[in-house]
Design a protein around this ligand. Structure first.
Ligand SMILES: [Zn+2]
Length: 152
């Protein structure tokens, strides 16, 4: 299942990517463009705009809360999702992360990180590198919390 978040839902988009869902976050705020983009790419439009969420010409879900945890819960529950591959996408740009060798990141990540980490990933779209740093544990705990909202 693929998503498209409207401009009010940037943080939700980031988290859906972290949870492993292909999630677009286009710069446009224009309803017609969002609808046509969602249709063209087969994405479900997630929106804070009630009218847009109720349109019949697109698959859309009106997100009722401003609170991130409640937004994630609504999406996972109402669409009856399961988590397939958490941490497999770039939270920044939605690129599918690729595992890379330690040699490849030499000189491209901070020295301390290079010394202490063994596994690295790279986003082929924006070039950003990822590793299991301190934020990783926090993210994993959050992912576990969100997993409670899924169909198991
Ligand atoms: Zn990226």
């Amino acid at each position: 299942m693929k998503f498209l978040c409207d401009h009010m839902l940037g943080t939700l988009a980031r988290w859906l990517r972290i949870l492993g869902f292909d999630t677009a976050y286009p710069s446009t705020a224009e309803d017609g463009e969002l609808v046509s983009l969602a249709g063209r790419e087969g994405r479900i439009l997630l929106t804070r705009d009630r009218d847009l969420g109720n349109r019949r010409d697109t698959q859309a879900l009106y997100i009722s809360s401003d609170v991130l945890d409640e937004q994630v819960e609504q999406v996972l529950r109402e669409l009856r999702l399961t988590l397939q591959e958490p941490m497999s996408r770039c939270p920044v740009c939605n690129g599918a992360l690729v595992e890379v060798s330690k040699e490849e990141v030499s000189g491209k990540v901070p020295d301390g990180v290079y010394e202490h980490q063994r596994e690295f990933w790279r986003c082929p779209e924006c070039g950003k590198y990822y590793w299991q740093g301190s934020h990783w544990d926090r993210m994993m705990r959050k992912i576990e919390e969100y997993e409670a909202f899924t169909q198991r």
